[in-house]
Write a protein that binds this ligand. Sequence first.
Ligand code: FAD
Length: 413
Amino acid sequence: MSSKLLLTLAIFRVILTVGLSLDPTELLRLGFDGQLSFEPSDVETASKDFGGLQRTESVAVLHPSSAEDIVRLVKAAYESTHGFSVSARGHGHSINGQATATNGVVIQMSGSRKPASAIVSEKLMYVDVWGGELWVDVLRSTIEYGLAPKSWTDYLYLSVGGTISNAGISGQAFNHGPQISNVYELDVITGKGELLTCSEEENSDLYHAVLGGLGQFGIITRARIALERAPQRVRWIRVLYSNFSGFTEDQEYLISLHGQEDTQKFDYVEGFVIVDEGLINNWRSSFFSSNNPLKVSSFNAEGGVLYCLEIAKNYQESNALSIDQEVEDLLKKLNFIPGSIFATDLPYVDFLDRVHKAELKLRSKGLWDVPHPWLNLFVPKSRIADFDQGVFKGILGKKTSGPILIYPMNKNK
Ligand SMILES: Cc1cc2nc3c(=O)[nH]c(=O)nc-3n(C[C@H](O)[C@H](O)[C@H](O)COP(=O)(O)OP(=O)(O)OC[C@H]3O[C@@H](n4cnc5c(N)ncnc54)[C@H](O)[C@@H]3O)c2cc1C
């Protein structure tokens, strides 16, 4: 890492951690083109997140109308005698207060007052988007050209800056890598308030620090995202296993096919654990309709736990005639419980936006805005069987109905 970048990062850290009292008139003097809000309702929204476990009050919320507004704010924080906290907030779907700023200013990157964005290059197969753009809006913009980003999260109401500050993973990651492996270029505002463009070739230390950098190395105002030709439809399939080793062996086999021809692999591989009948009521269960309700007790599950492999095959309508055969050939190589196949066919956009349907259902029951203690773990292959024994069949004690996703990732992606 170059010494220049180290200096920049160190300064950013000072700004982010020294939260002394902040004089609102000092902020008002900066003259933003967007809106600097001291409204209690704005401050309240920016003090919380989806986790619902933390509350950290800021002094103000900036709704920027351009990257220059953010430059102005970060420069002021850097040059001010005492410094003050600045934090970018995308859609606030963190779970532990990561996007809040104690006694400082939250920059609300997503929302109705965001700068206009999304410029698609059909020739070079990328889209340039504002850092606060939600992935669902990126999809809406690119699908008009018959194009779509390659790598996704399960849920699309998250911001580009928010997910690429983490990693952005879903069932496509075995094939294309996480979202951070599908970003060509970024515009980033550093801790000194400099607006820099970075990529593999230009300011590459900054580029690598910001991707997966947990918002600590700069504020992403523009991202250039890789696109592919968007499939039109998806065959979405779930099969069940009563045996953990059979389940993980099939998952690992499926992701080992990542270099194969499109017809010889699935495009999406995930899976989840069913520790009790609660699956029927949980937020990812919409796929099991009331016409084919799932009864865990009807399968001879080892330790009372079932495993569901979730796979999907994308296709164009022009290939609709061959899709049944392609799927059948792929399924033949798997060792799931015979007769446990649930399959559906839907437009690509509906598949990508599948969690939103479940969100609306939970919202209608008042179950979306509740505290969300969540845990994400990478478990090495060598210990995954112990994890199953100790956690899924052990400490969970058949008492949880929350979603438990489990799927393998290729380290080299
Ligand atoms: C229902 C739900 C489903 C999810 N599904 C998935 C999934 O399938 N795969 C997955 O990988 N993750 C998933 N997540 C986790 C999610 O990707 C992260 O919590 C992500 O950070 C949320 O994005 P956000 O826009 O809400 O970010 P925020 O919570 O607003 O911010 C997250 C972090 O990023 C920083 N940040 C935000 N914007 C910027 C920016 N422009 N520049 C620099 N830093 C910035 C913030 O300061 C903070 O540190 C899910 C979360 C929820 C609530």
